[in-house]
Structures are given as structure tokens and as C-alpha cells.
Design a protein around this ligand. Structure first.
Ligand code: ADP
Length: 290
């Protein structure tokens, strides 16, 4: 089966600085590196590394061919990544010696997706496929609507959280993944606790406490503990979790098994520095000893 992931693609530009710059200050960085990031790209890489066939639906600018190529190297189908007139989405990340950071995000091409392109990509889909998306692109409601009309399983990671964005897609979802903060924000916005949401499967990630799965049809709730690791960088852990979860479900795994695998992959991710380029694969997950 295929996972169609409507998602952001960013260049993560990381600058090491002696301290975070203040207003009006000009500061020389001591080093600079460029990596592939964006929640969408991270999830595509994670799902592909988990063994799924992934079609990424997104856009980069003329300056973003490298990002598309890297996704391709990681096994993602990039035929539906358009080249937009806008610059490739990017995050300018300053990190000081204490590990504190500031992030300036330019969505760029991620907000220039065309509904026609999404429709074209979904022409290849069947009702046994999955449509995955997050909250870093435009056309989310339209994309989820088209996928839902074609009968795909609809999975959504409500990150970064936006009350309006979540509310407009909520009735279309089969699977909703939130972290604890987003779950609290959604409850404030809708007045509904997670077990009363109109979504069959709700998964709340709980950092070092693992995750909780609620099946709202049956009322079944289950906690799956995290793996004991010493994290060095939790960037991308949530995206790795969602990518592995959706890939497991796509392969027909029962929810509890897919969640255990997602916890394991995300735990490994917290022990690595970086984003898309260091997401573990299925072998890392199977070989891991905790
Ligand atoms: P986000 O990073 O999106 O805010 P979480 O902090 O809940 O989300 O982390 C996502 C997942 O990453 C968790 O469900 C868990 O599987 C894994 N994880 C995060 N922090 C740890 C940790 N300290 N130890 C083990 N696993 C972790």
C-alpha cells in the first residue's frame, strides 16, 4: 500500500553562535550546516525507512532540488514535489553554547501547493492507501477532502498546533496524533476531551512516558511505555514516531504493535543529533537493545 504524505520540506540552516543575538546585534556564527527538515519531509523519511512506499506531495523552490534529491535517496517517491516560484521553506536556527536556540521559519514554497497537483497525485491511490498530513502547508482541508472522497485512511499530526486548522479537518480523520501540549490546546479549543473527539483513533505522545492510544469507538485506552534512553536531541522524535506508526498500520500491524515500534524508533531518534538525515530505519529499530 502507499502513504501519500502532503507535507512541508524545509532546509534546516543551523548556525552555531557564542550567544543568541539580541535586537540590532550583528553576530558572526562559528559554524553553519544545512540539513533536510520540515515535519512533512521528516515523516516521509521515517515512513520510508520503516519500509513503507511513500509518495511525498509538496513543493520546493528553484533552490530546493537538493532537498527533493535527498528525499529520493531515502526512498521517497518525489514525482509530486512541485517546483514553485517561492523560495524553498527554511528554518534559520541559531544554537548557542548552552544548547539554547532561536528559530526563524520561512514557509515559502510550503504555502504554495496546488490543489491540482494533490488531485493528480491521488489519481494513483486506492482505498487501501493512507493520506498523511501535518500543519505546515496550505491546502490541507482540500487535500484531506479529496483523499477522504477516494476512501483513503486519513492520518493527521496536529503540529504545529492551530485551532482553526485542526477544527476544519477533524471530521475527516481516522487517526489523530498529538503531543501532550497539543492535546491540551485542542481540548481548550473544542471543549472536548480526547476520548470524545470525532476521530476513531487518537494517539497522544507523552515524551519520556511513551504514548496513549484511545479508540473512541470502543472506549479502549492503552498506555504504551517509552524505551529507557538518555536523550541528547529530541528534534524530530515526534515526526519519527508518526512516520513509523503510519507505516506500521499501512503494513497491517495491529495498533498496539505499530505504537510499540513507533516508540522504539522515536526513542532511538532522541539519542541522535539532527533531523531527517539521522532518522533510524527498520534494522536500527529491530537491532536496538534497551
Ligand atoms: P514531540 O517531540 O512531538 O513534542 P513527544 O515529546 O511526546 O513529542 O515525543 C514523541 C515520542 O518520542 C514519544 O512518544 C516517545 O516515543 C519518544 N520520546 C520522546 N522523549 C523521549 C524520552 N525522553 N525517552 C524515550 N522516548 C522518548
Amino acid at each position: 500500500m502507499t502513504i501519500f504524505n502532503l507535507g512541508s520540506i524545509n532546509a534546516d540552516l543551523v548556525y552555531r553562535v557564542p550567544h543568541l543575538p539580541g535586537a540590532g546585534e550583528t553576530l558572526a556564527a562559528t559554524s553553519m550546516s544545512r540539513g533536510l527538515g520540515g515535519k512533512g519531509a521528516n515523516m516521509s523519511v521515517a515512513a520510508a525507512r520503516a519500509g513503507a512506499h511513500v509518495v511525498h506531495i509538496g513543493a520546493v523552490g528553484e533552490d530546493g532540488q537538493w532537498a527533493s534529491n535527498r528525499l529520493l535517496e531515502y526512498g521517497v517517491d518525489t514525482r509530486h514535489i512541485a517546483v514553485a516560484a517561492e523560495a524553498t521553506g527554511h528554518a534559520i536556527i541559531a544554537v548557542d553554547d548552552a544548547g539554547e536556540n532561536t528559530i526563524l521559519l520561512h514557509p515559502g514554497a510550503n504555502w504554495a501547493l496546488s490543489e491540482t497537483e494533490i488531485d493528480l497525485a491521488l489519481e494513483l491511490s486506492t482505498a487501501r492507501d493512507t493520506f498523511l498530513f501535518q500543519n505546515e502547508t496550505n491546502a490541507q482541508r482540500a487535500g484531506a477532502g479529496m483523499a477522504s472522497a477516494r476512501g483513503l485512511r486519513i492520518a493527521y499530526a496536529a503540529a504545529p498546533f492551530g485551532a482553526e486548522a485542526v477544527a476544519e479537518v477533524l471530521p475527516l480523520l481516522d487517526l489523530l496524533v498529538l503531543n501532550a501540549v497539543e492535546a491540551a490546546q485542542l481540548e481548550t479549543a473544542t471543549g472536548l476531551p480526547p476520548d470524545a473527539l470525532p476521530v476513531r483513533d487518537v494517539v497522544i505522545t507523552l515524551g519520556a512516558d511513551g504514548c496513549r492510544w484511545i479508540n473512541t469507538d470502543t472506549g479502549h485506552a492503552q498506555d504504551i511505555p517509552a524505551l529507557p534512553v538518555t536523550p541528547v536531541d529530541t528534534t524530530g522524535a515526534g515526526d519519527t514516531f508518526t512516520g513509523f506508526l503510519v507505516a506500521g498500520l499501512d503494513r497491517g500491524m495491529p495498533m498496539a504493535q505499530a505504537l510499540a515500534q513507533a516508540n522504539r524508533a522515536a526513542a532511538i531518534m532522541t539519542t541522535r543529533h539532527g533531523t531527517a538525515d539521522v532518522i533510524p530505519d527498520l534494522k536500527d529499530v529491530q537491532d536496538s537493545r534497551f
